[in-house]
Design a protein around this ligand. Structure first.
Ligand SMILES: [Mg+2]
Length: 385
């Protein structure tokens, strides 16, 4: 079976729906076709669609030149073939994110070719009976990321807590509040409101979106947050300063998390070793694909860290996170942008087409490949290019 051609299309909610309020920004999707009619699907988050259209196409394009005509074997071989050919380019940024999306689509094809779900081919379920409660089934737990239309103060508290409340009613069990662009006092207050309103039994994470530059301020905030039993505290500092993460990690009992825009295992190695973070958050496409995500799991495991895949994109990407989580022994949660509380018709449709969440968990998928089937009517309705 050989890669015969690529198909790229751009989906979006349209200009009237704000991506910062939960809408889906123009999103390039890729279908990798084979000469035997098997098709792999992926999406490319946070790469301008024009870049994807220019580099993923016929044999004259950057990725066409590297992959068209290649035989489908283990995805790692194709990944390595592309990576080696990039030795004189930047090996970071958009180039790796697009490689990551192609890698996910190739895993999708490889699974269909072998008639196995991708998690099985990643290594099978690796959580053993001694590390699983007696009688427990292996399931995947999404955590809901909550944003608000405005940041700071009462409107932010009210809207995010209301959304958490609605989602908890629907059975979701884990939540991440996002006090972005807020004062230290507001960061603490949002966590307090969550615990006061929703109680102590649900899992809570806090993401401040690179809010601080100095360790003392972040340390004072963490000291106050410790009383709220946080699962992790995400991106207190810009990603360029892993040493600041390490200094904060030494001062707080709250696990620190980073990595949403990280590309390649080498950047994650820096977060784990220099940054001393104990939760890394690769996107299954952005980091370089499932091939690279598996390597990140293999780096995090001996360091005692967890891998909680990030995903503020759609459930096309989320489907790949589910496969990583089914395999990985260190992935208690995957990120999930819940369509139920955001005004985004496209997000809703793509979630409805994906793996269902029942009672707050996703069952291990059994279909061959990734198993996400994108309905043609969604493409027709939301295609913008
Ligand atoms: Mg974040």
């Amino acid at each position: 079976m050989k890669i015969s051609h690529f198909e790229v299309f751009v989906l979006g909610d349209g200009p009237e729906i704000d991506p910062d309020k939960g809408g889906v920004e123009p999103l390039a999707c890729i279908r990798v076709h084979t000469d035997e009619g098997v098709i792999g699907l992926s999406e490319v988050f946070r790469v301008p669609p024009g870049v994807v259209l220019a580099t993923v196409g016929g044999p004259e394009t950057h990725f066409g030149r590297l992959l068209l005509g290649q035989t489908i074997t283990h995805p790692e071989r194709l990944w390595q073939h592309v990576w080696d050919s990039l030795i004189h380019t930047n090996r970071r940024g958009w180039e790796i994110i697009i490689l990551g999306a192609l890698d996910v689509a190739i895993w999708d094809i490889y699974g269909q070719m072998l008639n196995q779900p991708v998690w099985q081919l990643l290594g099978g379920i690796q959580r053993g009976p001694f590390q699983t409660p007696v009688g427990a089934e292996i399931q995947i737990t999404p955590y809901c990321t909550l944003v608000s239309d405005t940041w700071g103060g009462e409107p932010m508290f009210t809207q995010q807590i209301k959304r958490a409340d609605q989602l908890a009613e629907l059975g979701y069990r884990a939540f991440k509040v996002e006090p972005m662009m807020s004062t230290p006092a507001d960061v603490v207050e949002l966590a307090r409101r969550f615990r006061n309103t929703l109680g102590d039994s649900l899992t809570l994470m806090v993401d401040v979106g690179y809010l601080f530059n100095d360790v003392p301020t972040a340390a004072r905030v963490c000291c106050e947050l410790e009383q709220f039993n946080l699962f992790f505290f995400e991106t207190p500092f810009p990603v360029d300063v892993p040493d600041a993460y390490a200094k904060l990690a030494a001062k707080t009992s709250i696990p620190l998390a980073m990595g949403e825009h990280g590309v390649t295992r080498w950047e994650f190695l820096d977060m784990l070793d220099r940054g001393q973070v104990t939760v890394v958050q690769p996107y299954m496409t952005t980091c370089g694909g499932l091939t690279e995500a598996k390597r990140i799991v293999e780096l995090a495991l001996p360091r005692g860290a967890q891998v909680c895949p990030g995903n503020w994109s759609t459930q096309i990407l989320g489907a790949a996170s589910v496969h990583l989580a089914a395999y990985s022994p260190i992935t208690p949660f995957i990120e999930f942008a819940p369509a139920e509380v955001f005004d985004s018709p496209l997000r809703s449709e793509l979630q409805n087409a994906g793996f269902p969440v029942h009672d707050g968990v996703i069952s291990v998928p059994e279909r061959p490949g990734i198993g996400y089937e994108l309905p043609q009517e969604i493409i027709e309705r939301f295609r913008i290019r």
